[in-house]
Every structure is written in C-alpha cells, then in structure tokens.
Ligand binder design. Structure first.
Ligand SMILES: NC(=O)CC(=O)C(=O)O
Length: 297
C-alpha cells in the first residue's frame, strides 16, 4: 500500500507541473537478426534513430538482438559488459539520440561465465541498469521444441529496476515473464512499467506470449512490453515476433505481426492511477491468508 500511495504522490507532484511528463512514448523495435553481429548492431542503431525521429522517449530492442538465439552461438558472440563493442555502440546511440535505450539482450561473457543480459542506457549514454535473465529457458515439448539454455548460460540472481524521470521500470528477459512472482515484486517496489525483451517460438508463441504479457499487466495494473526479434525462417530458432504493449487493464495497446518493424505506444501514468482507483485489488489482497498457506505448500 505504501508504494501504491507513493505512485499517487509522484503522479500528483510531477504530472501537474508542465515541465514533468506523465506519459512516455515507447518504441518497440522488432529486429531482423542475422549471424552478422556488426550488421545486427548497425541495424539496431538505425531503428533507434527512427524511433527518436518519431519522438519516442524510450526505445526497446529484442532479446538476443546481436546474435542468433541458440546455445551454440552464445560463446562466440559473447562480450564483456560494459566494455564490449555492442555496449559501446548502445551508449553512443543513446547519447546521440538523447533517448532512453533498453538494449534488448546480448550474450554477456564474464570470467568464463555466460549470461543472457539486458543493459539500459540513459540519454547521457550512461548504463543505468543491467539485468541477467533469472529463469533460464529449459523446456522439452516432444516433437515440437527442446531448448536448454542452462547448457551454456548461468542464471542471474537479482531483480533489476531503473528510473525514468523518477518513475520505476522493472526488467525481465523472455522466460522470466512466466513467473508472476517477479512481476509482483516489481509492482510492490513501485514500478509502473515492466519490460521483457523476449524471443518466444512457433510453438509457445501462439500459445502463451500475448496471454502472459497481458496477464502480468492486468495482475499488477501497470504497463508491460514484450519485444521480440522478427521471424527469420532461415534461423535454427524461429521467433514468434508479435511484439506488444499491454496496458494496466490488460488490453493490447500496440501489437505488431512478425516482420521487422517499429511500433509505438504510450505509457500513461494517469491510466495506471485510474485503473488502480477503479479496481482497487492492490489494497484488497489477503496476504495474511496467502502468506500462511503459501509457506505450508
Ligand atoms: N525463449 C524463452 O526464454 C522463453 C520461451 O520461448 C517460452 O517461455 O516459451
């Protein structure tokens, strides 16, 4: 309840002042990813420039935007954060375009360990967040898809929140969206927006991608973005695409098909306030019951 009231305090303080924003334009950049790392980076930078030309405040890239998605690629494409070539390009790009840039994810190499990592850059070109995928994508649906990220990657062990003009934004990567507890923590910490760069596939994409993003939004009464690579039928792992922005009512604000493109949406803080006032589930939760039962299961 405290964090909930804090949001209202920040909203009424900031949104009533003409110099402060209470809505952010978000660009979801669905990129075609190839096996040419430099081309992937150049392509991403080009799309961020377009996002800025269209007045976006925040640009979001997909999971694994500089590297094909697959365990056999991660070591070859891995680089140190923030000293690797991809991060240097992202930093310059954020600064040059004066934009917040959520750098999708890249394979991060640190002391012989690999991680699937998202970096976030402010308009000064400074890295303000780094999220390592917490829940690794290990699944086996016989005859459809088997994937074991843990063959190559280590998992992150921290939640990640950054701020845009005093408003908190939480980060997850792809499979992280399947775990509602993480999103609940972000809401409890006062986030107004959760961003998931993600690459669902042709089996789980049509089943769960949209459902999960909208569910995280409606459960927590905040905005949720999922940003995917474009579908590339020539790659080993074919991404579903369908990047989308869900609003606090769980409606789809913006959604694309599977091709390379940018879509835009608005994170409107007043809509969060209105939703939370009209349907006050956040203050009606019976944590006294859930906490006891949960620990007995
Ligand atoms: N690729 C992922 O991390 C997750 C995914 O495709 C799924 O959960 O399905």
């Amino acid at each position: 309840m405290k964090k909930f009231n804090n949001l209202f305090r920040i909203l009424s303080r900031n949104c009533n002042m003409s110099s402060s924003k209470c809505a952010f334009k978000v660009a979801l950049i669905q990129l075609h990813v190839t096996d040419d790392k430099n081309k992937n980076i150049e392509n991403a930078l080009k799309f961020v420039r377009t996002a800025k030309e269209n007045s976006a405040d925040i640009a979001i890239l997909p999971e694994c935007f500089n590297c094909p998605y697959g365990t056999k690629y991660f070591l070859k494409y891995g680089e140190e954060i923030p000293n690797g070539e991809t991060c240097k390009s992202l930093a310059q790009c954020a600064k040059k375009n004066n934009i917040y840039l959520v750098g999708g994810s890249i394979p991060e190499l640190q002391e012989k360990q690999l991680y699937n990592t998202c970096t976030v850059w402010n308009p000064l070109g400074q890295m303000i967040a780094k999220h390592r995928k917490i829940h690794l994508f290990d699944i086996d649906i016989p005859g459809k898809i088997t994937f074991k990220e843990s063959d190559a990657l280590s998992s992150g062990n921290q939640i990640t929140i950054f701020e845009i003009e005093k408003f908190k934004v939480g980060l997850g990567i792809c499979y992280d969206v399947r775990f509602p507890e993480l999103a609940n923590i972000y809401r409890k910490e006062g986030c107004i927006f959760i961003i998931y760069p993600g690459a669902f596939n042709m089996t789980t994409g049509p089943l769960h991608w949209k459902l999960l993003l909208r569910a995280r939004a409606v459960d927590n009464q905040l905005y949720v973005a999922g940003v995917s690579p474009a579908r590339n039928e020539n790659s080993d792992y074919v991404a579903w695409g369908h990047s989308l922005l869900a609003n606090p009512l769980g409606e789809t604000e913006a959604e694309t098909e599977h091709q390379e493109t940018i879509i835009y949406g608005t994170v409107d803080l007043k809509k969060i306030e209105e939703t939370r006032q009209n349907i006050p589930i956040l203050s009606q939760r019976r944590t006294d019951l859930y906490d006891i039962l949960y620990h007995h299961l």
